[in-house]
Design a protein around this ligand. Sequence first.
Ligand code: IMP
Length: 427
Amino acid sequence: MNCCVVGLQWGDEGKGKVVDILAEKSDLVVRYNGGANAGHTVIIGDQKYALHLMPSGAVRPGCRCIISNGVVVDPAVLIEEINGLDKRGISLKERLFISENAHVVLDYHKLEDRLREEALGKNKIGTTARGIGPCYADKVGRSYAVRMADFRDPQRLKEKLETIVSYKNKLFGALYGAPPMQVGPLLEKCQTYRTILEPCITNTTEMLYKAIDAGDSILFEGAQGALLDLDHGTFPFVTSSNASALGLGPGCGVPSRHVDRILGVVKSYMTRVGAGPFPAEQDNEIGNRIREKGHEYGTTTGRPRRCGWFDAVAVAYTARLGGITEIAMMHLDTLAGLDEVKICRAYRIGNRETTFFPGDLSDLTAAECVYETLPGWQEDLSEAGEMADLPDNARRYLETVESLVGVPITMVGVGPKRSQIIYRKPL
Ligand code: IMP
């Protein structure tokens, strides 16, 4: 059984926990998009692991981990994660595989991300400053790109970096008045990266086809969320990869017909970090309450997340986009204690009402939410082990979301621990 897990909002839906639960039954876990901009938190027992680049399956000792071609790899972050896990007794030796075709994020990408955002001022995207956009831009531009395979050939890498640094120096100097970078220190760093990572570099597409032929069970782990998808999200306030389930094929070379189950993860409310339209945002006491109770601060940047009511218009759209077969709703416990809870069921744009998510940014910016208001619940849900343990109003909330989104909710999160999840069907 092969399964893909993706976020259906603007990221941070709690995918790490779902992936970790499913990873226990998987032979391989694959990260196929994004880079160190992601932040996955996995809690096992009293141990908390915050991962950025590593597939969440890394914390499961028997699980093989693949970072496929669609990921942009920051070797410094990856090595830090490998060492961090190693110190805690989790070895990645002979079970971490990185695609030779994955592009490499280097210092000049992070510098460019920062310089560009600073220059944009109030129009900035609010990126994570991890060099994601500049690295994907170099990938698309082709001429100044470094891939993992280049680490196998030091001479080729040296020549490439000399050309790239000279090109970037001209560019950054002219555009931002930045002082020139030296290629020497970068070459030295790359030498260290090469020594540590070279044994992991391989043809991950071939590996995946062999695993499929052998009947292995594969878990594909999407990073960020579908509303941040480069092509189908809230452009330009998106990330630079296909963060919906549509990114799976290009991101690792496996067509979706090999995926039996596509699980969309949502929170019981919406959050967003960075700039961009957010129709159901509650920039008020409700939003503050959700933020504090749900600990809505970025894993990667520590930034407070913007919070709002659940947006069924947006999620119905991303569920369609991803061919989602079932939904895991996390953080239902966070909404406890409110007198009433709201779900956005339509947008009013000017004098028309729509239940389809607009493609045009100005429509989305103008959209006002039409809410379904439901009674809240006061009970603490953290001990709920099955649906019957939930208060009637919490069950009604789930049923309303299901009917508006059109996809069944099969898992319900009631707390941060692995055990705090209600399964409505066997895993
Ligand atoms: P970038 O991916 O760093 O270029 O950032 C682009 C946008 O995506 C910004 O609004 C970020 O806050 C957002 N973003 C990127 N990665 C994540 C994530 O893992 N969770 C939530 N938002 C993210």
